[in-house]
Write a protein that binds this ligand. Sequence first.
Ligand SMILES: *[C@@H]1O[C@H](CO)[C@@H](O)[C@H](O)[C@H]1NC(C)=O
Ligand SMILES: *[C@@H]1O[C@H](CO)[C@@H](O)[C@H](O)[C@H]1NC(C)=O
Length: 304
Amino acid sequence: MFCILCLGIFLFLRMLAKGVLRMLSFAYKQMVYKGIRPDNFTYPSVLKACGEQLDLGFGMEIHKSINASSLEWNLFVQNALVSMYGKCGEVDTARNIFDKMPVKDDVSWNSIISGYASKGEWGEAFKLFESMRESGVELNIITWNTIAGGCLRTGNYEGTLKLLCQMRMSGNRLDPVAMIIGLGACSHIGVLKLGKEIHGLAVRNCFVEYINVKNALINMYCRCGDLMHAYILFQSVEAKTTITWNSMISGYAHWDRYEEASFLFREMLLGDIEPNYVTIASILPLCARMANLQHGKEFHCYIT
Ligand SMILES: *[C@@H]1O[C@H](CO)[C@@H](O)[C@H](O)[C@H]1NC(C)=O
Ligand SMILES: *[C@@H]1O[C@H](CO)[C@@H](O)[C@H](O)[C@H]1NC(C)=O
C-alpha cells in the first residue's frame, strides 16, 4: 500500500501540469489519513510541486507537518522548504530556514540565491554568492548563470564577463544560457573579439542552432558594428522570429543605416511577421530623419 501511494505521488509529479497539485494534495492527505508517514522523499516532491504551482498555503501545511515529524533537519527536506518559500516569494522565511541549516550543500545555496534573484534583490544575492564561495561549497552552473545574469541586469558588464571567465576556469562549460548572457555583455561594451570567441564556442558545442543564441549573436555583431556578419547570420536563420527581425532592424537603425532598416522592415511586413513595440521603437526615429518622405509616410500610416 505504501509503495503504491508513493509511486502514485511520483507519477503525479512526472506528469505535473496545472491542476495536478489538487490531486497531489488529495493523495498526500489520503496518505496521512491512512496513517502513512511521509518521508524524506515524499516531502521534497510535494514541496517542489507547491513551489511550481505557487501554492504557499499548501506548502505551509506541509511545513507544519514536517515540523511535527522527525525530518525537520533532513538536508533534502530543508532544501525543498527553502526553494518552495523562495519560489512563492517568501524570501525572508526561506532565509530564516537557510540560516538555521546545520549543513548546506550547493542546492541549498542555489535555492536561496534564486529566491533573492527572482525578487530582483541582487545586492543580497551577490553577498550570498560571495559567502558561498568562501564556504567552499562547489558552485554549479545554475548558480553561475544566476549571478552572471544578475550582473548583466544591474549593468555590471565587465563583472559579467569576468564571472563567465571564472566559471570556465573552474571547469564549467558555458551552456547556451551562459553564452546568451556573455553575448549580452559584449554587446553593451562593444567587445567584438570576445563576442567572436563565444561565437566559436557556440559553433563547437552546436549551440548556434538555438534561435535564442543566434538572436543574441546577431545582436552582438550589430552592436559591435560588424553589420556584415550580423546580416550573414540573420540570413542563415530559417525560422526568423520577431526578435530576430528586431535585432537586425535595430542594429541598422543604431548605426543610422536607414536604407537597410526600412528595407528590412518592409520585408518583415511582407513576410507576415507581426512587428512589436521594439520594432516600432527602432523604426520611429528613422521616420523623423528620413529624407525619403514616401517611406516615412508609409511607416507613419502603419504605426498609427
Ligand atoms: C531518508 O531516510 C532514510 C531513513 O530515515 C535514510 O536511510 C536515507 O538515507 C534518507 N535519504 C535521504 C536522501 O535523506
Ligand atoms: C516550523 O518550525 C519553526 C521553528 O522550528 C517555526 O519558526 C515555523 O513557523 C514552523 N512553521 C510552520 C509552518 O509551522
